[in-house]
Design a protein around this ligand. Structure first.
Ligand code: ADP
Ligand code: MG
Length: 339
């Protein structure tokens, strides 16, 4: 039996600075949060901006999100809800309630492909907070965990800020879009500080506004995994958008020649199994782009692409074929080619 684990943290998508003459002052704030790295670039901030205070507020914001949404913190609001076996309505923060409610809308839009109740399966397959077992789960174990997966097991009433699970073993997992959510929150914080040109990146999910230090759009290289050891890049220019990527080549394990990726199909209970290796979504909201990229990874190269077209989403799909990686761009993504 051959086992190869690959659990690299998501690296930021490679960023390339466009060439130009006059360069504006830029400031980089970077660090670790949410089990990954973040990089924030501020271009020509207002003269009276207090960057130290800003750095502290960004750290506090990320800490706040982890205290709400992390499955890796036993004391987070999410973990408290998960560990509570009660099926009564439970008071929660307005923010947590709205996150759950927004996630449920995304589930409905994606035919249940994106589903935060996927937690018991994520844990069973070894992609959650506890270590992976050496053996693959049995089909009985998958069926048992699958029983409590389904967004209809959670009810949200955000006028009252209350949530309810309809079965005690329901377990929520926000990891599929928490980074995207956090990028939007940090970007909103920068907006309030009157910053007009910036890049915010957390674990590979990105939001860009305005222009870079050379006064061009931001150049972002999208990864193209040719093989395990060969990742190439396709460079695109973006401004005023969010860019989020999901892939099966950064967090997976191989067993008996089969790849098990960290994206789980909530409809079957098993890790996704198809020829789609990665999807990038460009949208106005990073949380939306992040969740949609996960949903498309679940739905696969045909159904995922069809849903992206139907919803008018800019999607860049990378499909494994006998002749290498094929790029499939939705009509909205094609439009991004134009200046
Ligand atoms: P990627 O960049 O590949 O989307 P993320 O870290 O953003 O990776 O999301 C992967 C995580 O999302 C998994 O580790 C798991 O916690 C969660 N997840 C897996 N499958 C689903 C799903 N179908 N819907 C929502 N979340 C999921
Ligand atoms: Mg994601």
């Amino acid at each position: 039996m051959s086992v190869r684990a690959h659990n690299a943290i998501l690296l930021p998508v490679l960023l390339l600075v466009a060439c130009g003459e006059s360069e504006l002052q830029s400031y980089d704030l970077s660090g670790h949060a949410m089990g990954t790295t973040f990089n924030i670039t501020l271009i020509a901030p207002p003269a009276d901006a207090d960057l130290n205070a800003l750095r502290i507020r960004i750290s506090e914001k990320l800490e706040h999100i982890e205290n709400i949404a992390s499955t890796y913190r036993n004391s987070s609001e999410l973990s408290t809800f998960n560990l509570n076996p009660s099926t009564d309505w439970i008071s929660v923060s307005q923010e947590f309630c709205e996150m759950v409610s927004a996630a449920q809308e995304l589930s409905a839009t994606t035919y249940g492909a994106f589903d935060i109740t996927v937690g018991p399966l994520v844990n069973l397959w070894g992609f959650g907070p506890s270590n992976r077992e050496n053996e693959l789960p049995t089909s009985d174990e998958v069926s048992a965990a699958h029983e409590y997966v389904g967004y209809e097991f959670v009810q949200a009433d955000c006028d009252q800020s209350v949530l309810r699970k309809t079965a005690k073993l329901v377990y929520l997992d926000f990891s599929g879009w928490a980074k995207g959510y956090a990028v939007d929150e940090v970007a909103a914080l920068l907006e309030r500080e009157k910053l007009e040109n910036y890049l915010v990146e957390i674990g590979g999910e990105i939001s860009v506004r305005g222009h870079n230090a050379k006064q061009h759009k931001f150049s972002i290289a999208l990864e193209k995994p040719i093989s395990d050891n060969d990742i190439q890049y396709s460079v695109w220019e973006f401004s005023d958008v969010a860019v989020a990527t999901s892939g099966d080549y950064r967090n997976f394990f191989d067993e008996d020649g089969q790849r098990y990726s960290h994206t789980i199909d909530p409809r079957t209970g098993y890790p996704t199994r198809h020829h789609l290796t990665g999807v990038t979504v460009v949208s106005s909201s990073t949380a939306y782009a992040d969740a949609m990229a996960t949903a498309f990874m679940v739905l696969g190269p045909d159904d995922g692409y069809a849903l992206a077209e139907k919803l008018g989403i800019a999607g860049y799909f990378l499909v494994r074929t006998d002749n290498g990686i094929e790029e499939k761009l939705t009509s909205q993504f094609e439009k991004l080619r134009r200046p």
